[in-house]
Design a protein around this ligand. Structure first.
Ligand code: SAM
Length: 289
């Protein structure tokens, strides 16, 4: 099975099972044999209670994860792939297949029931159409995770890695840096997939922080402030925040000044510490504490 991820083998398996790949499910399968071992090695499977994989496809990455992890739970939405997976992962009793949509599953319950509460890591070649919501769901869900190692579009990976205070940073990357330390591990060319997508990919690892990067009085409020400040990127952070949170301009200006933000700054110029100070200032305004 380890030689599975070469193009001839993948095509032969798909033909034998009479399977057409579905673009709508982001089915670009890996056919470069060097990628899965590198991903499985980098995700740190040995250091936790097991690995959750999202979208095993025909099992090329799953097999590599199973060589390193105590347990692998692989969540796949496409029921047609289950007979293939039963064949390619035969004999690997510590691999469990779960049929479902990762966006709808209760992952906290899954980690409790299948991994005794964790901690676990996540490793996946993600379907492109749900990259950002999956990553944010994993990071905002306060799940017992040590790391998330995923293959995503190269440009998206670069954007998500941009720290607050840097031009390419957006609300999502600010949230990512709050919870984790992201790092692009290596790039993967479009020719490594069947069928090849229009863009190149990268493997990115989010190492979950033991404590968030900054302390705030109300975490939900911090996320509201971050989303509000970045909501209208062409406006100043003050104007964007006023509009998104329905704040009086004078109050928003006072909050920004109190956080040490220069007048006229755009959201991407704000550091996480400044965003946290704005959120705490707003908390004091709203609660009087
Ligand atoms: N891991 C395989 C590989 O690397 O060759 C397949 C990766 S392919 C990019 C994405 C996989 O995610 C497909 O198998 C697809 O059916 C599955 N998938 C798509 N949407 C999903 C969802 N919402 N929940 C779980 N799996 C999903």
């Amino acid at each position: 099975m380890s030689s599975l991820s070469n193009v001839g083998q993948v095509k032969a398996i798909l033909a034998r099972h009479n399977l057409q790949l579905l673009k709508g499910l982001g089915q670009n399968f890996l056919v470069n044999p060097s990628v899965c071992p590198r991903m499985a090695e980098a995700c740190g499977a040995q250091a936790c209670r097991g690995v959750i994989e999202i979208g095993p496809g025909i099992g090329v990455l799953t097999w590599e994860l199973a060589q390193r992890a105590q347990k692998v739970v692989a969540i796949e939405l496409d029921q047609r792939l289950f007979p293939v997976l039963e064949e390619t992962l035969a004999g690997l009793d510590h691999v469990e297949l779960v049929h479902g949509d990762v966006m709808k599953l209760n992952l906290r319950r899954l980690i409790r029931d299948r991994f005794g509460g964790g901690p676990v890591c996540v490793c996946a070649n993600l379907p492109y159409y749900i990259t950002t919501p999956v990553i944010m769901g994993l990071l905002e869900g306060d799940l017992p995770l040590t790391s998330i190692t995923v293959m995503i579009q190269k440009e998206t990976a670069q954007r998500l890695c941009a720290p607050p205070g840097v031009r390419a940073c957006g609300a999502v990357s600010a949230g990512i840096h709050y919870r984790s330390q992201p790092k692009i591990l290596f790039e993967v060319s479009r020719g490594s997939f069947l069928p090849p997508p229009k863009v190149d990919s990268a493997v990115i690892r989010f190492q979950i922080r033991e404590e968030p990067a900054v302390q705030v009085k109300d975490e939900a409020l911090l996320f509201r402030v971050v989303r509000g400040a970045f909501a209208q990127r062409r406006k100043t952070a003050v104007n964007s925040l006023c509009h998104a949170l329905n704040l009086e301009k004078g109050r928003a200006e006072a909050l920004m000044a109190g956080a040490g933000v220069r007048q006229g700054a755009r959201a991407e110029e704000l550091t996480l510490a400044q965003l946290a100070a704005v959120a705490d200032g707003l908390y004091e305004l709203e609660t009087g504490e």
